[in-house]
Ligand binder design. Sequence first.
Ligand code: SF4
Length: 594
Amino acid sequence: MNNLLLKIDLSSEKVGIEEISDEILEQYLGGRGLGVKLLCDNLKGKIDPLAPGNVMIFAIGPLTSTIVPTSGRFSLVTKSPLTNTLTHSNSGGFWGSVFKRCGYDALLVTGKLNGDTKGYILIDGVSVKIKDAGDLWGLNSGETVEKLNELEGKCQVLSIGPAGENLVRISAIMNQAHRAFGRGGVGTVMGSKGLKAIVVKGGTKKFSPPDLDHLKQLNLVASDKIKVFPITSQGLPLFGTAVMMKVINAFGMLPINNNQKGQDTRIDDVSGERLREDFFQRDEGCYACPIRCGRLTNTGEMKGKGPEFESLWALGPQCGIFDLKIITHANYFCNKYGLDTISTGVTIACAMELQQRGLLNDAGMKFGNGKVLLDLIRKIAYKEGIGGELAEGSLRFAEKSGGVQYAMQVKGMELPAYDPRGAMGQALNYATSNRGACHLTGYLIGMELLGVPKLIDRFTIAGKADQLVLKQNQSAVEDSLVTCKFVGFALGLDFQVRFLQAVTGIDFNITELVKVGERIHTLERMFNLREGFSKKDDTLPERFLKEPLNEGASKGQVVPLEKLLSDYYQVRDWNEDGIPTDALLDELDLVRLT
Ligand code: SF4
C-alpha cells in the first residue's frame, strides 16, 4: 500500500495529504474496511447525507492493481441519502489501478463547491486540481467520458449523469460509461457537492511485492483453478452474469411482478443465452480479469453494455416485462442517466403494484408495459411528473401512496433478484446487511442454490446464522482487499490469504483475516446504531414473512425471521437488541461511536 490519504475539501478547495498508519491498514486492510474506518473518524453523527459535511471515500486495497486475478476493483464508502445508513459499494474497470499508481490508498472528498459552481477533480500523477465543470453539467455518462478524454487526454472517469445532478435518491456514480457504484444513491451525494466527475491519469508508482516469483507462481495455480471451474470458465465468460436468469427461475425465486410470483414460463425470452444469441457483440473485462463477464451488446437500434443479471431482472420480469430489446434499452438508459438499475426497476414495479391495488391513479402504470418503463426512466432522471416522486425510491413513494407494504426494500434500499422465501440464509442476509437489502454482503446463494463450496438445504434455518456470519465477514475481507466476488467461486479465502501474504509480506492467517472482516462489519453496525437504527430495522417486507408464493419451486414458504435473527445476534455476540457487547468491542479493538 502507499500509506497516503488524499483529502479534498470542496468548500475551501483545499487539497491535503495525510499518512495512513500501518496499524490501520493491518486492522482494516484497505477498500471497504479502510473507507468505513475513515468515514467513522471523519463524519459527525446524524448528518444529512446531502449536506456539505457528508464525506465520500474512494479506497483501493492491497491487492488492487497487482497481478492477482480481478484485482482492478476499488471501493466507495459514504452515508447514503437513500437509507441514511453507511453504504459501501465496489466497482471494477481501471480507475482503481490508475489511482493506486498515482501513489494514494484513498481519496476523501468533503464539502461543497461554492454557490452554483460545478467542478471536477483531476488527479494526474501527484498533481491534484479542482477544475470547472460548467460545460460538463447536464451531459450523460457517455458524453462526459468522451468530453473529459478530449480535455484531459486518455483518462479514467468516475462521473454522475443527470440523475445525480438532479439529486435523484437512486442515482449511481458511473465508472467510465457503463460500470457503476450502483447502490444506495451515491450519485446524489456527488451531485449535492456540485461535483460532476473524478478523473485519474498518469501515475508512476510501481507495484513491487517482496517476492514477485512466488506471486507469479501462485497466480498460475489460481489461473488454472479459474480455468477449470465451470462458473468462471464457462457460465460467466459465455453468458455474463445473466446466466443466472434461468437458474434462479428454476428455483422459483426470480421475483416477478414486484415479488408476486417466483417463476415464469417465458424465461427463455430473457435469458443470458438469448442475450448472447440476439445482441452479443463481444465480451469485456476489468483490469487483470481472466473471467471477462462484461457484455458489449447491439440491439440493431442502439449499442451499449449489458444488461447484467440484476439489471435484466429488475427492468424485466420484476416489472412483468419479457421483451429483451426493451429491457436492454432500459438498461442503456439507466447507464446513460446514471441510475441504479435495481432500485429503478424495483421502484417502478412497486408503482405498478400500487396501481394494481387501486392505490395509484395512473392508467398506464401496468405490469408488462415496456413503453411506460422506458418513459419513466427518463422522467425519474429529470424528476418530471410522477418521475419526481419515484426518484425518491420505493419506500418513500409507497409511504406517500399509502401502500408501504408494497415497497420491496430493507432499510430503504430495494431488494435484488433473489426472492428471500426461496433461501433462508439469503433472507437473513437481506435483513441484516448494514447497507439495506444487499445480496453481495453475504452471498449465501452460492451454498444454498449453487452448491459452492458445498450445498446446504435452502429452506432449513438451522445453522444458517453461523454460515451467514462467516460469509458476511469473508465478504468484508474481499471488499477490502479488493477482489471481485465472482473469482471467489473458484478461489476460496485460503487463496486470498496467500495472495495477501505474497503482496504485502505480512503473515496473516485465515482466522485473523476473518476477524478483520468481523471488525469491519461490526464497525458498520456501530455507525448505523449511532444514526438511530435498531433491531426493528433488521427486517423484511411483510410479504416475505406472511405471504407464501402459491406456485413454483419455492411454493408455500415464508421466512421465519424472528428465530433466524435471534440466532444471528447470538452468533455475532450481540445482545438480544442487536447491540454488540462490550466484550466483543474490546476483542475487536473498537469503541462505541458518539
Ligand atoms: S468477473 Fe466481471 S465484474 Fe468481476 S472483475 Fe471480471 S469482468 Fe469485472
